[in-house]
Design a protein around this ligand. Structure first.
Ligand code: SAM
Length: 249
């Protein structure tokens, strides 16, 4: 069935509007991806709909409270029946987007994309009460070594990267395979019409019709770019037999 992603966030509108456009939006319309948002304020216990409070120990800033988050999570589980499932990949994984988490990369994205259900928590202010993280969160994920004011952008990044890998989402599955990182290398350069422009010509090999030559050119470009821009990636890349044969031609 379709993958399900629930997002617990103080700014559901942001997630909803991101999830309406482009590849992810189409995937939802076609029923290949299910996305729902949950606002902890809807689970507050006071009339002010409070979901955050001051920091124990003093200092500036607010912290997201345990109870509204716990109730929001319970509602997600009730709505999705996530407790009932037995298969490992079907069990919902609760992810807190956090600068202190494991850094997201394409391998991690591919791993998450194979799951049936993700529950994403976006923080705000100073973050989330540590007790919620200890008891309810399976994993913390960071989108990079910088600090955002909220986890919504980070959650939208996860939704986008994971969503486009769902089966049937991209018109051409090969397009995800040739993207940067999927084979450990950066992608090759791309060109479209016109063939000749004031700012240069399209490399002749691409209009030659020689498919083997085109594959070889693209691979060499990928390798060259990776070497120049991200030599760190080359340490980990294992070229398969077919690829090495192609280079030797
Ligand atoms: N005090 C926290 C710390 O230093 O670890 C940072 C809180 S930050 C201002 C507010 C929220 O933004 C966090 O709760 C988290 O959800 C989100 N956030 C900030 N930077 C992030 C990053 N690099 N990756 C993922 N989420 C991030």
């Amino acid at each position: 069935g379709a993958m399900r992603i629930d997002v617990i966030t103080l700014f559901p509108d942001f997630i909803e509007s991101c999830a309406r456009i482009g590849v992810v939006g189409r995937a939802r319309e076609r029923g290949l991806l299910q996305i729902a948002t949950w606002n902890p304020r809807d689970f507050a216990s006071d009339n002010y709909r409070s979901a955050d409070d001051r920091c124990y120990g003093g200092g500036p800033g607010m912290v997201m409270m345990v109870d509204p988050l716990r109730k929001a999570l319970a509602s997600v589980r009730a709505a999705s029946g996530s407790e009932a499932k037995a298969e490992a990949n079907a069990e919902a994984k609760v992810i807190y987007l956090s600068p202190q988490g494991t850094r997201l990369d394409q391998a991690k994205v591919a791993e998450l994309a194979r799951r049936d259900h993700l529950i994403l928590l976006s923080g705000r202010y100073e973050g989330v009460d540590e007790r919620f993280l200890e008891h309810a969160v399976d994993e913390e994920l960071s989108i990079g070594d910088y600090v955002l004011s909220g986890g919504e952008l980070a959650a939208a990044i996860v939704i986008d990267a994971v969503g486009r890998l769902q089966e049937g989402v991209l018109n051409d599955a090969a397009s995800a395979e040739q993207d940067s990182f999927s084979n450990g290398l950066l992608d090759c350069p791309h060109y479209t019409r016109p063939e000749h422009d004031d700012w240069g010509d399209v490399p002749a090999v691409l209009t030659s019709g020689d498919h083997a030559a085109i594959r070889r050119w693209r691979l060499k470009q990928s390798l060259g770019r990776t070497w120049l821009r991200r030599p760190d990636l080359l340490d980990r890349v294992e070229l398969d037999k077919k690829t090495r044969a192609l280079l030797a031609e």
